[in-house]
Design a protein around this ligand. Structure first.
Ligand code: NDP
Length: 669
């Protein structure tokens, strides 16, 4: 008998004698006991906010990203221990792959995006520096800082590992401690992964706690700096978000709940086309992966009226070939639902859907005992008049085919789900895709469009990806998770900071361009990464650009564009006073002005960002460069990336070009 325990304020608390019994969905035998009696939620709150929060905030964003990456790699090493428990939840190995390795990959991707797209500092930068005054002595910038409370993460039963990691990783990256509350039914699998994280010692004390069972009075203790992130049913989401304390305190509440996701078959995707086959394949897979217990599963299949019979036939044939049985058997394609309670719930919901529809297929081979439910397909003859099919979610292998008159009607039917996590479209016609995105985009968190060109690499209708937003409007909860850095920002607070360039440079750890340069004793190319200071820089002497330079550059590179070579034609162009220097000549001369040629810590020039040519340079003009350390990002123990603010000005002091130059610089030596 498994006894998943809670981990609160530094100690494990096992289930009491009164804890709930969890039965196997395959045999009905008891497999675990779980409950949260005896937990002091006040102690949990103070352990998180008093220990975990300060420890996480003492690290900067990239340090936390390295920690989350190490945590995910450690889980990857120990994944087979999680796979060993996975069949107890009713999941096949393939289902478990989505949960276990999908969760690990999600944490890894989020950590990698944090390191690539967020600064190596304490605050995240949101948008550009705003110049708030005429002379540039008063600037503003939006920055994001970690929230100072706790993230309470309440998860659903269907993804015990992914559900924890897809919420935990963004919160830790943001710098917030977390209290994880898995669904009781599959809590033993979450607990196993959580225990590995704790045992690894990779996270500071207080960063994570686990509640197996109910959350007691925890939500009544939350305030303005806390976040509740919930996945589960709409009814529970409504009950929890209506908590008077959360409402009074304005506590952030992110919900991801029921969703009547629709897959739409494009008018061009007739039988015999690759898109028709892709639709049939994905529709059948979404009904049976995790026995249909996926928040993103396809519940409604919207197809052109003339193709309804062909779709029924093709999907039924695929479903009939699916082998249902013990999830531990490698030949099994679909296991049972998670519990007898879910089986009863799905059976009731399917009966409601049947009122609007006709059953056109039911799998003959689902075992009668345990929590098995046969895949079943319904056809709705009048989808406009139907109600249940657009409102009732049967969280199992149940879906309905809805015939649509045309694409607009299809979009209208998809939108009648009241807001979904994902809608898919199978079409090879870009105009169909554009029309659908325009008509349906406001109602669905994600639109997945599959066709012959991307099928080999397309993920799946039902796969939330860490790079892309997961969530949806209305019935889907109105929340968002993941979406790269967006998912991390749910656990950070945005603040508009205003002040002088010098102040702003220090706060944001980025040179605010109008600030004075800090002089260097040595040329900055001779300083190693660790010694370079943000704001250090040089201003070069002038170099005059001659007509001979321009002609030489034109001949040498082959760029004989008329603006450089033909005075009359150049004068006819409203942008030029006559022949002008090539932009790339200015860049090349700039490099010639600012580099220090001797070997040193600068290892490579890796690119430039945000290049703008601001004013033409005519023969006889003189240019100089101001090169300043703008931002530093540690990459490895050996080197880091330095972003330099480069501004090229002419003899009148007018900027003619500006850009951000990127170099890799040795850390020491
Ligand atoms: P629930 O909404 O009942 O539970 C979701 C989570 O909320 C669980 O961790 C549950 O804990 C917790 N919870 C429930 N009541 C409270 C409470 N009063 N205080 C604190 N936490 C609470 O959903 P289920 O997981 O039971 O699934 C039921 C239905 O939800 C499904 O049939 C499906 O329709 C939908 N669902 C949607 C999902 C999605 O991702 N969109 C995913 C899973 C389900 P406990 O387990 O201890 O009750």
């Amino acid at each position: 008998m498994l006894t998943p325990s809670s981990y609160i304020a530094g100690r494990w608390i096992g289930p009491s004698a009164h804890a709930a019994r969890i039965d196997s969905p395959v045999t009905g035998e008891p497999i675990a006991r779980a409950g949260s009696e005896g937990i002091d939620f006040g102690a949990a709150y103070y352990w998180a906010t008093g220990k975990g929060g300060p420890a996480l905030r003492a690290m900067n964003i990239h340090e936390r990203a390295r920690m989350v990456k190490a945590m995910a790699l450690m889980l990857q090493e120990r994944k087979e221990e999680l796979y060993a428990l996975n069949p107890l939840t009713g999941a096949t190995r393939k289902d478990g792959w989505i949960d276990i390795e999908g969760g690990i990959m999600t944490a890894l991707t989020m950590a990698s995006k944090a390191r690539r797209e967020m600064p190596d500092g304490e605050v995240h930068l949101d948008g550009p520096v705003e110049r708030l005054s005429r002379n540039g002595t008063f600037l503003g910038r939006h920055v994001a800082v970690p929230m100072q409370g706790v993230a309470v993460q309440i998860n659903a039963f269907n993804f015990p590992v992914w559900g924890m990691l897809e919420k935990l990783a963004p919160a830790l990256l943001a710098g917030m401690p977390v209290i994880v509350k898995p669904a009781t039914q599959t809590s033993y699998l979450t607990e196993a992964a959580f225990r590995m994280i704790l045992e690894s010692g990779l996270l500071p004390e207080g960063a994570v706690q686990l509640v197996v069972g109910r959350t007691g009075d925890l939500l009544d203790r939350l305030g303005a700096q806390d976040v509740v992130s919930f996945t589960g049913s709409a009814a529970t989401a409504l009950a929890l978000r209506s908590n008077p304390r959360l409402l009074a305190q304005g506590t952030r509440f992110i919900a991801e709940q029921d969703s009547l996701n629709a897959a739409v078959l494009g008018p061009d995707a007739t039988p015999g086309t690759p898109e028709f086959d892709l639709f049939v394949k994905e529709a059948a897979a979404e009904m049976t992966v995790k026995a249909g217990q996926k928040c993103t599963a396809i519940r409604r299949m919207i197809v052109p009226e003339a193709l309804a019979d062909a779709v029924v036939e093709a999907i039924s044939a695929r479903l009939a070939a699916i082998r249902i049985g013990d999830p531990a058997d490698p030949d099994t394609r679909m296991g049972p639902l998670v519990s007898m309670a879910q089986k009863a719930d799905v059976t009731d919901r399917a009966a409601e859907i049947a009122n609007d529809t006709r059953l056109v297929f039911r799998h003959h081979d689902a075992p009668g005992d345990g929590a098995f439910v046969a895949p079943q397909l319904y056809l709705c003859d009048d989808p406009d008049a139907a109600r249940a099919v657009h409102e009732v979610e049967a969280f199992g292998p149940v879906a309905t085919i809805l015939p649509a008159r045309d694409l607009l009607h299809a979009a209208h039917l998809a939108n009648r789900g009241g807001g979904s996590l994902v809608s898919s479209l199978f079409t090879h016609d870009p105009d169909v895709a554009r029309a659908y995105v325009t008509e349906a985009g406001a109602w669905h968190g994600r639109i997945y469009i599959n066709d012959r060109d991307c099928a080999a690499e397309a993920t799946a209708h039902g796969s939330p990806l860490p790079h892309m937003v997961h969530g949806g409007p209305g019935r889907a909860g109105g929340g968002e998770e993941l979406g790269g850095v967006r998912g991390i920002l749910h656990y950070m607070a945005r603040v508009a900071v205003q002040g002088s360039p010098a102040i702003l440079s220090r706060v944001q750890r980025e040179y605010a361009e109008i600030d004075a340069i800090i002089d260097c004793v040595k040329h900055p190319f001779q300083q190693n990464f660790d010694n370079l200071e943000i704001g250090q820089g040089i201003e070069t002497p002038f170099r005059t650009v001659t007509l001979a330079d321009i002609e030489h550059f034109a001949e040498f590179t082959g760029d004989t564009f008329y603006a450089h070579m033909d005075d009359e034609a150049a004068r006819a162009n409203p942008f030029f006073p006559g022949r002008v220097a090539h932009g790339y000549l200015i860049l090349s001369f700039a490099a010639g002005l600012f580099v220090d040629p001797a070997p040193g810590p600068v290892l490579a020039n890796t690119g430039l960002n945000h290049l703008r040519f601001l004013k033409p340079v005519s023969p006889g003009d003189a240019i100089r460069v101001r090169l300043v350390v703008k931002r530093k990002t540690r990459r490895t123990a050996e080197y880091g990336e330095v972003a330099w603010a480069a501004t090229v000005t002419n003899q009148k002091g007018e900027p003619v070009a500006e850009y951000e130059l990127l170099t890799m610089v040795a850390r020491s030596g």
